[in-house]
Design a protein around this ligand. Sequence first.
Ligand code: GUN
Length: 292
Amino acid sequence: MTAQLIDGKAIAQKVRDEAAAEVASRTAAGKPQPTLATVLVGDRTDSAAYVSSKGKACLELGMGSISEHLPADATQEQVDALVKKLNADPKVSGILVQLPMPAHIDEERVLSLISIEKDVDGFSPINIGRLAQKGRKPLFVPCTPYGCIYLLEQAGVKIEGANAVVLGRSNIVGMPAALLLIGKNATVTVCHSRTRDLPAVVRQADILIAAIGKMEMVRGDWIKPGAAVIDVGINEKPDATKKKGYRLVGDVNFEEAVQVAGYITPVPGGVGPMTIAMLMRNTLRAAQIQNP
Ligand code: GUN
């Protein structure tokens, strides 16, 4: 058996095209241009690359983009003041504070300052709290887990009643992914570094979301035949045949898993493109909330 590939690139493009069409019709109707403000604190090259791709995507979709950059030694007061300024700026629809921030900054405090109508990452305690509660809905769903669920739905994978295993319990992916799956009536197990007999737990999964940050950790014989495998990992594997000296691989051993799974996302071209697509969708939604 060979798994069906879930083409994140094509699905992300569809989400972007839909958002671009809606942006065009809003602006044609004289409504303000949806605009995303990104906040980067410090000089991590990966974070700088992520915020730059997010800004570029905004422009491609006809949205506005504001990039704020503070130095690595910025004070808590400076970061807080910047978020408050963006909260008060009517041109700004959504605010994204790139994580991680330098260790001396209280991340929880910064995220809690973002106005919930502008919290397009969905990381404010109010949004996450609503995601965790029955009968409540967050204004915004965190972009990467939102993308994972969207990929499952587009592939036609039934979530209701499924055994879902989430590998990893990060605030950005694992935990919100588990909450979303519970909200969609899956039976969810969250695994982490101290889970006993991980392969045996993963083998129960009809749906596996791998977001543990360990290169190719999930082996083919951990996977239940026919399972849907969503690989969130992005790891650099040394490869002398590549110009950069490495190639990107996920948290799942793709060559093995593809022989066993029913559906699988490739790396790259699976979950990766979905994060920005969902961020664009959330930014548009923020603009719709602020100017219906
Ligand atoms: N760092 C890694 N992923 C993300 C994300 O989705 N949003 C933010 N703000 N920071 C991140």
